[in-house]
Design a protein around this ligand. Structure first.
Ligand code: ZN
Length: 231
């Protein structure tokens, strides 16, 4: 609306040429020119050139008669945010922006390592992991489980747990960290990705292939989002 108004207003001589449309007082101008030929032209351009109402009608008719197939995909991150009430589409993985966003989100997570021997913890930012020595400050133990910092209490509880299944999971987690380092940490930062999924993802992606790993994490997150609506 703003851009169309500026465009038309310049033609009509209402605005000076070279005025930045971002800086005009749109509200005031709309009020002033309501019902005039200027507004008629603005709306006409908006509806007939920009919005392509006829084209949209064609698409709807195409869907109705089956020429266009509608495919329902998993909800995107926006649709899952507390503010989003409606599902938005998850952008395709081939989109470089999606990849970059996932990488920077995971790299910027804060994570915690928890020593399996004494329960001592160490927090860090994922991007700094490679500079970090994976060893307990207190007992020098090298078996350390990892999770997002937000799950710290859970992690500590699991590490302290006497349950065999918890012990196994924490062992698998520490093994993965020891074997695959940052790869494993990145997996564990993924939403809904626990030790079991991490082990599976790491098995499916050879070391040193960050792109493939990110794609695998992305897919696992979609799968999780599909089965559990809310993160
Ligand atoms: Zn320790």
């Amino acid at each position: 609306m703003r851009w169309r108004f500026a465009e038309v207003a310049k033609v009509f001589g209402v605005l000076r040429k070279g005025v930045d449309p971002r800086r005009i007082n749109l509200h005031g101008l709309l009020k002033k020119y309501r019902g005039t030929v200027v507004m008629q032209e603005v709306l006409s351009r908006l509806f007939h050139e920009r919005m392509d109402v006829d084209g949209a009608g064609d698409v709807l008719r195409g869907i109705q008669c089956g020429i266009i197939r509608v495919e329902i995909t998993a909800a995107g991150p926006l649709g899952l945010s507390p503010r989003g009430e409606k599902d938005l589409l998850m952008p395709n993985w081939s989109n470089a922006q999606v990849r970059d966003r996932l990488r920077s989100r995971l790299m910027n997570e804060r994570a915690v390592l928890c020593c399996l021997k004494c329960g001592g913890t160490k927090t860090f930012r994922v991007a700094k992991f490679t500079e970090l020595e994976v060893a307990c400050r207190f007992c020098k133990g090298r078996m350390m489980a990892c999770s997002r910092e937000g799950l710290r209490e859970m992690l500590e509880k699991w590490v302290a747990s006497k349950e065999k299944s918890d012990k196994n999971r924490m062992n698998r987690c520490a093994e993965a960290i020891k074997r695959r380092g940052l790869d494993a940490v990145l997996c564990l930062m993924g939403r809904g990705i626990g030790e079991t999924t991490t082990t599976r993802l790491l098995r499916s992606v050879p070391p040193g292939n960050l792109d493939a790993l990110l794609e695998a994490i992305h897919n696992a997150e979609i799968l999780y989002a599909r089965t559990r609506r809310f993160w």
